[in-house]
Design a protein around this ligand. Structure first.
Ligand SMILES: [Zn+2]
Length: 530
């Protein structure tokens, strides 16, 4: 029997802090539940000192999920560590994860501290964390570029102070595989007491080596790997969880470890993250990309049809990817829909099925073939709990290749209807401006993507929008057969979140006796991370 490799997911921390991936509390909880179904061993839920939002997300996830260890990140100081511990107080299995840079570059330019000072800080921080929590992980940030003998001293200090996990990050994605592997072997060979500590990898993909380095770290002795769904994360991202897991699964003939991941939940996890953040993966992305299992070339297709294993090392079912066949049409009933969802791995409650069925019939009225991909998008959409201040009642759009486009929008709020028209260069922009006139809160679209959910000219369009209202970013997603309508609905969803947040902040300020300018609402102080 091979040894167990612990999967540490940091989608909600390292992943979430990267541009375009921020999620609200409800979205983080939904992602966390899917990570739990996936079977991750440790779930890093956030960086509690970073913002109230991060603190609340860690607390909520720690209170709800009982199986996985819930980790919270903290810099090596008392304020951070105490805040992390406060967020973890309801966790069944809490872990404080504290970090401090150890490379000379970081010591000189970022921390402005000597090696001796940093060693003392490590001992103190790990000791303090251990006095609160039995499970403490320490990361010497930028370990990959840290002088080896000093790194060993730092690891020794952390182990002596009570660290249970030592994570050696290649923070900047600089290491090559043999170097990364050797770092683990060196630490394992030279740090006294290391036998009782789990070594961990944390890699970045700046040179496209994150997954390869993770596997190299495992060869060097690591028994925990830090990774994210779809490889999201700072800059070029972190090691993609699905790739690491499948490499170990497919090559179990040579890999020294196994994981506890339920691989058939990988595709659902990938899709949910795409849905929540609007961040697509490229079509040829390993394991979860749309083309990952497509066999187009004639000679490949011929071989594949004779025997799938000629060109396929993973079957789509292993990762939970639905086969691309037509499943349902407008005459399919609620029962058939519920069954199909069960086959796709979604255990829906009665109200969820009702909501999904309502959306399904709307879609099936306008589109002949409803594919599995449509159903997945639908259910992701129907689980959304967004503030719905305004709902869309009507959209009329006139687009022309000659001159400007016009849109008329009717929104309803508290039973009252509002109607406005606007013109702009394009039909989507015209619809957005008409919405702005009604809500009185103009937004700026910073990201807009359209994605066809399934095959065929009658495919459903999924539009993801990121828009700024009062300098705060909000996302919206919607699905429709009509691209302009999907865009208008997605924009309205972002606008509803924006209007809701702005009013909430103004109310809070008023309750505290403060008067604040709406432009001062952005208080997302972000102290970094590694
Ligand atoms: Zn990182």
């Amino acid at each position: 029997m091979t040894e167990k490799l612990f999967i540490f997911d940091t989608t909600l921390r390292d992943g979430e802090q990267s541009p375009g991936c921020s999620m609200n509390l409800d979205e983080k909880l939904r992602m966390a539940r899917q990570l739990d179904r996936l079977g991750v061993d440790i779930l890093e839920a956030g960086f509690p000192i970073a913002s109230q939002g991060d603190f609340d997300a860690v607390s909520a996830i720690a209170a709800e999920l009982r199986r996985p260890t819930i980790a919270a990140l903290a810099r090596a100081n008392q304020l951070d560590i105490d805040r992390a511990w406060a967020a973890l107080k309801d966790a069944a299995r809490p872990r404080i994860h504290t970090f401090l840079a150890t490379s000379d570059i970081h010591l000189k330019f970022k921390l402005r501290k000597t090696r001796e000072e940093v060693l003392k800080m490590i001992s103190w921080a790990v000791g303090h964390a251990s006095s609160l929590c039995p499970d403490v992980e320490f990361s010497p940030e930028d370990a990959g570029r840290t002088d080896r003998s000093y790194l060993i001293e730092c690891c020794h200090a952390a182990v002596e102070a009570g660290a249970t996990v030592l994570n050696l990050p290649d923070t900047v994605g600089y290491c090559l595989e043999p170097e990364y592997e050797k770092m683990f072997a060196d630490v394992k060979a030279s740090v006294p007491g290391i036998g009782n500590v789990i070594l961990s990898t944390h890699t970045h993909n700046d040179l496209g080596l994150a997954v390869a380095n993770t596997l190299a770290g495992v060869r060097g002795g690591a028994r925990q790997v830090e990774c994210t769904i779809n490889g999201i994360g700072e800059r070029a991202g972190n090691a993609a969880l699905e790739e690491v897991v499948m490499a170990i699964f497919v090559r179990r003939d040579v890999e020294p470890v196994h994981t506890g991941i339920h691989t058939e939940e990988l595709y659902a996890a990938s899709q949910l993250l795409i849905h929540l953040t609007g961040m697509q993966v490229q079509r040829n992305k390993a394991v979860v990309g749309r083309n990952a299992f497509a066999h187009e070339a004639g000679i490949h297709q011929d071989g594949y049809l004779k025997n799938a294993t000629t060109y396929e090392i993973i079957s789509p079912e292993t990762v939970g990817m639905p086969a691309n066949h037509i499943v349902l049409g407008k005459h399919s009933g609620r029962h058939a829909l519920a069954n199909r969802y069960r086959e796709l791995g979604y255990d829906l409650t009665k109200p969820e099925i009702d909501r999904a069925y309502e959306l399904f019939t709307q879609l099936a009225d306008r589109k002949k073939n409803v594919y599995d991909e449509d159903l997945i998008s639908l259910v992701n959409e129907s689980f959304e709990h967004n503030p719905e201040l305004y709902t869309l009642k009507l959209l009329e759009s006139v687009a022309s290749s000659e001159g400007r486009s016009t849109a008329t929008i009717e929104l309803e709020r508290d039973g009252q209807s509002f109607r406005e028209s606007a013109t702009a260069e394009g039909p989507c922009d015209a619809a957005f401006r008409a919405i702005d006139r009604i809500t009185g809160t103009p937004g700026t679209v910073v990201d807009f993507s359209v994605h066809s959910v399934s095959a065929g000219a009658d495919s459903t369009a999924e539009v993801s929008i990121r828009a700024q209202f009062q300098e705060m970013d909000f996302t919206g997603k919607s699905l429709s057969y009509n691209v302009i309508e999907a865009a208008a609905r997605a924009y309205l969803q972002a606008a509803n979140k924006g209007v809701y947040e702005i009013r909430r902040s103004v109310r809070h300020a008023a309750a505290d006796g403060r008067s604040i300018h709406e432009n001062e609402l952005v208080d997302r102080l972000f102290p970094g991370g590694y």
